[in-house]
Design a protein around this ligand. Sequence first.
Ligand code: 2U9
Length: 339
Amino acid sequence: MENKIKEIDLQIEKFKIEDSESLEKFRIQFLGSKNILKDLFAKIKNVAPEKRREIGKSINSLKNKAQIKLETFNEKISEDCRENEKIDLTLPGENFKLGSRHPLSIVNEKIIDIFGKIGFTVSEGPEVEDDWHNFTGLNLPQEHPARDMQDTFYIEKNPDWLLRTHTSSVQMRVMESNELPIRTITPGRVYRNEAISARAHCFFHQVEGLYIDENVSFADLKQTIQYFAQEMFGKHSKIRLRPSYFPFTEPSAEVDVSCSLCKKNGCNVCKYTGWLEIMGCGMIDPNVLSNAGIDPEKYSGFAFGMGVERMAMLKYEVRDLRMWSENDIRFLEQFKSAW
Ligand code: 2U9
């Protein structure tokens, strides 16, 4: 047995490893599933009991020796391969996959840009709001039936807190803490407790606008919206205003823009009416101005609000609201170019 061990020890030492092929042969012979060391281990039972321990140790150290030799040559051979690898510096580089702006960000930025050109600043505020800024201050006291129009997520810990249902809450804060005149827009995410479907979601994005000064009139509102519609949908766009109701504006209106797809001839996007609804607007209710500490006798103002998803749907003809928030890369990749 001792002689056999010595013989294998010599074999391990003398084995010439020159390339990956001989390395593999070495591995199979000394460390593979049917290696010769296994035969030795199997024969231990024939050795005299007092010598078994020592013999076992010797076979184990043979195994270690083979393992170390294998690892050393493995490293050396991979290094040699790397050194021999020829790099062709004239080959074109690999393409990095470029990300793209989210379509809602593109539309949001376009809206901000359009209003920025006529002096509207951007204001932001908290998504978790208190009742005053989201409802009561905006002429929606407790039990007001219009509160039902917006299914609200309340914060369990404190019933006075909620997820804002519109960015009007930010406008409320701006009015409370800014000098007049005010000319600002509030882009942001809003939340409503709705079942998710192609036509409704539990969150979406709005841009609302506010202009307060002395002598601000409905004509100013109409002109501002016409400017916006023409910048957004093309300079030949026309607008029409339909009377409506919002608790925070009086009078109030809904705004339609002429359908740029069919040029008012009728198509399935505008449901053969020639018009597309784009936003709501109105003159700020005097109660809302007083609630924010602004004298409604001296000042007046207009406000408007639009959904960014709706604008993006009209621009890109996407019919399913869920697409905007699923982050499906195949969908998002289509919006590589800027506006
Ligand atoms: C203050 C006073 C008045 C904001 C307004 C609308 C009309 C409106 C909707 C459009 C689609 C919301 O995203 S939507 O569901 N908004 O129609 N919003 S007037 O009026 C304000 C805001 C703030 C202090």
